[in-house]
Write a protein that binds this ligand. Structure first.
Ligand code: LLP
Length: 428
């Protein structure tokens, strides 16, 4: 796996036709660099794979992966729908030009205010519990509301325990054995059930558990159809499609994956006589994961009990290595294909020992002032960043055809103080 790294005539890493050392010079570091064409290619690859096998297929981009407005605009242009989990994501998606019927809201432990916001926005509401359904039904204007349920198909998968959202330990969705009863209740309340949903986890490279979930969800949908006569307008299998982060990991074979899922889907539609509902997926990582790079500059090379390379980003900038122990491939922007010559630790600038981007990582010889590129920084990277240690968040630029545009300005110290108030009695 060479991660599609492109070099230019100077031998430097190039993204979207832009020289990365020049980007770092112009915009400063740390810097997120997003490749517009890659986002579009990823979307098309997934969309073509499924829509060539089933006539009614929709992608609901899981915007929690990357909520930058430019990313949302690119995907809106591609024809994507959008998966949201909070009023903030609904607000952002509406602002980015998605019409309410292209927005699905799947809340978890949603408050009445959140349900009210979703209802008044006119977006599609996917319920996660009996409690949410009952509280929604108490809201004025909810009569006849179209709803779906998130079902926990008792199987989960993901790159880390924290990212498994199906199975006995998961807080998400309703139980498989209560599905018929729950849809009956929805009808009794006066709702109009139009869909069924599951999402079993994130970072899945092995299709087997995903197939089990499809099987189970389709059986559940079939039972609802048989017993209550509901013809679903859509069936949504969630997201979770993984990307390779480590060099030895393989790409998900999208042709094979889509064929297997669609075959299973069609078989079950036929078995239960379920008509032709829309088949939906909610990819986040698959669309944006490999489309962004985090550029960070080495400021310190330190030989302590171990050798440390110190950079100007930290887990406030990219949390995944610290939070999940996730591997992110790191290359020198000046020579991305150079062979390793040493094993070193690459550490951030946050005052915590867990602030490491890599431990014992084979890397070429690196010097102070050199620029590193951290790969696969498009999903759950900026969107999970913080101001911890009072460090302003970095800037994001979008590159295309050799041009770079700022799509998020670097925060300033003033942003650290945003919305704070000091009581008058404490003023000096
Ligand atoms: N749909 C629902 C309901 C979800 O909760 C998620 C992700 C997705 C779709 C998209 O999953 P994806 O296709 O991106 O795998 N912060 C973690 C990932 C958490 C994912 C949460 N839910 C990470 O950095 O790996």
């Amino acid at each position: 796996m060479n991660f599609n790294l492109k070099t230019n005539e100077k031998g430097n890493l190039s993204i979207g036709g832009k020289d990365t050392p020049e980007l770092a010079e112009e915009f400063g570091t740390p810097l997120y660099v997003l490749d517009e064409d890659r986002i579009r290619e990823n979307y098309k690859k997934l969309h073509n794979a499924f829509s060539s096998k089933y006539h009614d297929f929709k992608i609901y981009y899981a915007c929690k992966a990357n909520t930058n407005l430019a990313v949302l605009r690119i995907l809106e242009e591609e024809g994507s729908c959008i998966d949201t989990v909070s009023p903030g994501e609904i607000y952002t998606s509406l602002l980015a030009g998605y019409s309410p019927e292209r927005i699905l809201y799947t809340g978890n432990n949603a408050t009445n205010e959140e349900l009210k916001y979703a209802l008044s926005s006119g977006v599609r509401i996917n319920l996660d519990s009996l409690s949410a359904m009952e509280r929604l039904s108490n809201l004025p204007g909810s009569e006849g509301q179209e709803i779906s349920f998130r079902v926990n198909p008792q199987v989960g998968a993901g790159h880390h325990d924290h990212c498994i959202t199906g199975g006995d330990l998961s807080k998400f969705g309703i139980m498989e054995e209560e599905v018929v009863q729950m849809y009956q209740k929805a009808i009794d309340i006066g709702f109009k059930p139009i869909g069924i949903h599951s999402h079993i986890g994130s970072g899945i490279l092995d299709p087997e558990p995903f197939k089990v979930a499809v099987h189970t969800l389709m059986d559940a949908a079939g039972h609802v159809n048989r017993e209550l006569g509901i013809q679903f307008e859509f069936v949504d299998f969630g997201g979770g499609m993984g990307i390779p982060y480590e060099p030895q990991e393989n790409l998900l074979d999208m042709e094979k994956f889509s064929q297997e899922i669609v075959d299973l889907f069609k078989e079950k539609l036929y078995q239960y006589n379920m008509g032709n509902p829309t088949l939906c997926l909610e990819p986040g990582r698959y669309i944006v994961g490999d489309a962004s790079y985090l550029l960070t500059r080495i400021n310190t090379v330190k030989q302590s009990y171990r050798k440390f390379i110190g950079v100007d980003a930290g887990f406030n900038t990219l949390l995944r290595p610290t939070m999940y122990g996730s591997y992110h491939h790191i290359v020198s922007a000046n020579n991305p294909l150079e062979e390793p010559a040493q094993e070193i630790d690459i550490a951030g600038n946050i005052c915590e020992s867990g602030d490491l981007f890599a431990r014992d990582r084979p890397m070429p010889v690196l010097e102070e002032g050199e620029l590193l590129a951290i790969l696969n920084a498009g999903a759950y990277a900026f969107s999970m960043s913080s101001q911890y240690n009072s460090r302003p968040r970095p800037s994001e630029v979008l590159v295309k055809d050799g041009n770079a545009e700022i799509i998020r300005e670097r925060e300033t110290f003033a942003d650290l103080l945003n919305k704070q108030n000091v009581p008058v009695r404490l003023l000096k």
